[in-house]
Design a protein around this ligand. Structure first.
Ligand code: PCA
Length: 206
């Protein structure tokens, strides 16, 4: 079964992006780096899906400040950028896809993915907001592509913490890249093998 795993190039002045540093370490997948640019990132994703014809697509992005791996459940049809992307674009209150539904759910077994990461000894949880920047844009575009053209694909997005070298003053949480890669390896394995998602207590109060 072909698994496509994407990570992002660095953005916001950073010199690395742990999403790509970890994705490239995962064995047995097609790993592709995507630009952190609204619109363009979706063109690259589409080209990778056409080239590799994957059964599973897991997109990965950095979520600076998070203290664990987050398997995202919901993609919203909203671009609302707090900072410019790598091409200087900063959309405000625009849809990802004009006329598209307000939101899509991931088609990954999100709770099984979280359980798999935890079984690999990595802190992980389901998240209910992927934000409104390029990661959510990519996630929504992926789910729209799946819904309209490739209904068989299991797809979703995983947010990962900073790498330790990005926060050497220790003021924000971080996770070693090898640990992030171990979580991604467990997640893609679960995504490729679990049928129905696990019915586990989860959710979030806010
Ligand atoms: N994280 C950003 C975009 C690229 C990345 O790695 C986000 O969460 O939107």
């Amino acid at each position: 079964m072909t698994v496509l795993l994407t990570g992002f190039e660095p953005f916001d002045g950073a010199s690395i992006n742990p999403s790509w540093e970890a994705a490239r370490l995962v064995p047995g997948v097609r790993a592709v780096q995507l630009p952190c640019v609204f619109g363009e990132t979706l063109e690259h994703l589409r080209a990778a899906v056409l080239e590799h014809d994957p059964a599973v697509v897991v997109c990965v992005g950095q979520a600076g400040g998070r203290d664990g791996v987050a398997v995202e459940r919901v993609a919203v049809n909203l671009d609302d950028a707090r900072i410019p992307d790598n091409a200087g674009r900063q959309p405000i209150d625009e849809p990802v896809v004009r006329g598209g539904p307000a939101a899509y759910f991931a088609t990954l077994p999100v709770k099984a993915c979280v359980a798999a990461a935890r079984a690999a000894s990595v802190p992980a949880s389901v998240s209910y907001s992927a934000g409104t920047f390029v990661c959510n844009h990519l996630f929504y575009g992926l789910m729209h592509l799946i819904a309209t053209e490739r209904p068989g694909i299991r797809g979703g997005l995983v947010h990962v913490p900073f790498a330790p070298e990005q926060v050497l003053d220790g003021s924000r949480p971080s996770m070693p890249v090898a640990m992030t890669a171990a979580a991604l390896t467990a997640i893609v394995t679960a995504a490729a093998s679990v049928g129905d998602d696990l019915r586990l207590v989860g959710g979030s109060l806010h």
